[in-house]
Design a protein around this ligand. Structure first.
Ligand SMILES: [Zn+2]
Ligand SMILES: [Zn+2]
Length: 50
């Protein structure tokens, strides 16, 4: 199953962080690039965070 970065929507394979939305608990993936640059993300539930 393909995973995509929540911030930049790039396909991620090995170099990504998995975390849960603080608001709804949904699993999200974020690539290393976006993690290091604290790129904003927006969850499907509407939560936005760094
Ligand atoms: Zn990214
Ligand atoms: Zn959420």
């Amino acid at each position: 199953m393909e995973k995509h970065c929540i911030s930049c929507n790039k396909e991620v394979t090995n170099d990504f962080i998995k975390f849960k939305c603080p608001s709804c608990g949904k699993d999200m993936n974020r690539c290393i690039d976006c993690r290091e640059t604290s790129t904003p993300y927006k969850c499907a539930c509407g939560f936005e965070g760094p």
